[in-house]
Design a protein around this ligand. Structure first.
Ligand code: FAD
Ligand code: FES
Length: 246
């Protein structure tokens, strides 16, 4: 088990209630793989750590993107550059590596672990979000690391109006991808997996469950799969889509 005290380099709001946290954490960056996550100790008043995906490990810095949704993440958003943050990680299994170009399909904060995959693999990305503000910062983050960028917004305020599922058939008909990696709302990942099954493309999905220990000890994050009960924190968070959605 690796615990780090990482110095906060910045903690900026990049869209309403969405924050980019950059940590000086070269040792953590070295051992992290795309799709893995960390458990963050927010402060002494919180017994449970909060799980957050690793979005970048470039240059020995670890980037994390989070939405302030509750007490813990609100408190995290008040942490400032220069302070130190206690981090447990890297946890979970991570995405598999594939030869050839892969397609990353993400919705909302699900784009965070996919950004790390974009840094490590050859990929195009399909970005989905609610509004213009919720997709344009992702576009800038992904731009240096991917070939093509496709975007949908729920409200039509930027790029194509609709959900990633609406654009996916067009994207898949234009190129032969060796795999699809997806992360976001479960309903979106189910839809992505359905297209992948039809086209016979390997597909990996990233699961989110409320977590306590994050280490496989408390069973609070168990899910049913075709191969029996699995722990999202230890056996996942990445699963073959056929294992969870078949
Ligand atoms: C493996 C993993 C990776 C994650 N990566 C990210 C990430 O990169 N960025 C990000 O913004 N969030 C991510 N999450 C979700 C994040 O952990 C929760 O949003 C956070 O723990 C909420 O803490 P809180 O104290 O602010 O909210 P709480 O006060 O505990 O809860 C507030 C609201 O958030 C919801 N919530 C709490 N925990 C989760 C959860 N695990 N999944 C979904 N909803 C939850 C609650 O149902 C409630 O509605 C990840 C979760 C997991 C399991
Ligand atoms: S969070 Fe404890 S077993 Fe997964």
């Amino acid at each position: 088990m690796n615990i780090f005290n990482a110095k906060i380099l910045s903690n900026e709001e990049v869209a309403e209630k969405i924050f980019r946290l950059t940590l000086d954490a070269p040792e953590l960056a070295k051992i992290s793989r795309a799709g893995q996550f960390v458990q963050v100790k927010i402060s002494d008043e919180f017994t449970l750590r909060r799980p957050l995906g690793i979005a970048s490990t470039a240059g020995g810095k670890v980037k994390i993107f989070y939405r302030a949704v509750g007490r813990g993440t609100e408190k995290l958003s008040a942490r400032r550059a220069g302070e130190s943050l206690n981090i447990l990680g890297a946890l979970g299994n991570g995405y598999s590596a594939y030869d050839g170009k892969i397609l990353l399909v993400g919705g909302g904060m699900g784009l965070a672990p996919l950004l790390c995959a974009a840094e490590q693999f050859s990929a195009d990305v399909l970005i989905g979000g609610r509004t213009r503000d919720e997709v344009t910062f992702w576009q800038e983050e992904f731009r240096p690391h991917v070939g093509k960028i496709f975007i949908t917004t729920d409200d039509g305020s930027y790029a194509k109006k609709g959900f990633v599922i609406d654009l996916l058939p067009e994207v898949l008909s234009a190129e032969n991808y060796s795999a699809i990696l997806t992360c976001g709302p479960e309903i979106m990942m189910r839809g992505v997996a359905k297209f992948a099954f039809e086209k016979n493309i390997p597909c990996e999905v990233s699961f989110e469950k409320r977590m306590a220990c994050g280490l496989g000890a408390c069973l609070s994050c168990s899910i049913d799969t075709v191969n029996g009960r699995k722990k999202v924190c230890k056996d996942g968070p990445i699963f073959d889509a056929k294992e969870v959605f078949a």
